[in-house]
Design a protein around this ligand. Structure first.
Ligand code: IYR
Length: 223
């Protein structure tokens, strides 16, 4: 592989005052992102989702192998199938598979096995991690797959929020049904997470518990 480098032509330098202002503004924007569980069935154009996935695809990742695949689902049939399978798993989870401690931890959120939003929301985005890239007959091992896909997922959530959409992360356990439903039943791919995106319904709420964020002192140290 050649080692061509390009000048860093798109870096923008801001004054320190501007940087502080931008950092504060970004915090004020991102702190308005809340996981919600009541979505409107109002449609959202595919073009918006495409731009958000493009943004996710710019995430830093191992050796730039980009070990991810995004399946954006708008089809009512596929969404119904996902809801059906996810609810069956969640019923077992809430009936005891989770264990007492986990169920106690979820109590303040008020979650349960019913997942109507998996059908109501216009878009479900299933994210797959790829332990190998197998495009066009090549066999390339991927590196730092979990870290890379985690960062890309963060970028995706940020992009969706920035675009003006509400989001929810969902990780049914086990998630293997997503591979089949999404047509990604390949030995090199694993479902990583499901992101629900759309408009909140008029009666969407945020649990008080979810608003309690740790202070800077609690989450950071400066040496
Ligand atoms: N996946 C389940 C349970 C659940 C687990 C965690 I950790 C949460 O932060 C929220 C929910 C569900 O979606 O209900």
């Amino acid at each position: 592989m050649s080692q061509v480098h390009h000048p860093l032509s798109d870096f923008i330098e801001y004054s320190e005052a501007e940087m502080l202002n931008r950092a504060q503004h970004n915090y004020q924007q991102i702190r308005r992102r809340h996981s919600i569980r009541k979505f409107s069935n109002r449609s959202v154009p595919k073009a918006i989702i495409e731009q958000c996935i493009l943004a996710a695809g710019t995430a830093p990742n191992g050796a730039n192998h980009q070990p991810w695949h995004f399946v954006a689902i708008n089809s009512p049939q596929v969404k119904a199938q996902i809801r059906h399978e996810a609810e069956a798993l969640e019923q077992a989870f809430y009936a005891g598979r989770a264990g007492e401690e986990w169920l106690d931890a979820l109590k303040p959120l008020g979650t349960n096995a019913d997942k109507p939003y998996l059908e109501h929301a216009p878009w479900l985005i299933a994210i797959f991690s790829k332990k190998r890239n197998e495009e066009e007959g090549e066999q390339k091992t991927n590196y730092y797959v979990h870290e890379s896909v985690g960062i890309a997922t963060g970028f995706l959530i940020q992009a969706l929020h920035h675009a003006g959409l509400a989001t929810l992360t969902h990780t049914p356990k086990p998630m293997s049904f997503l591979s089949k439903v999404c047509g990604r039943d390949k030995s090199n791919e694993r479902p990583y997470m499901l992101i629900i995106a759309g408009y909140p319904s008029d009666d969407a709420t945020v649990p008080e518990h979810a608003l309690q964020k740790k202070s800077l002192d609690e989450i950071a140290s400066f040496l």
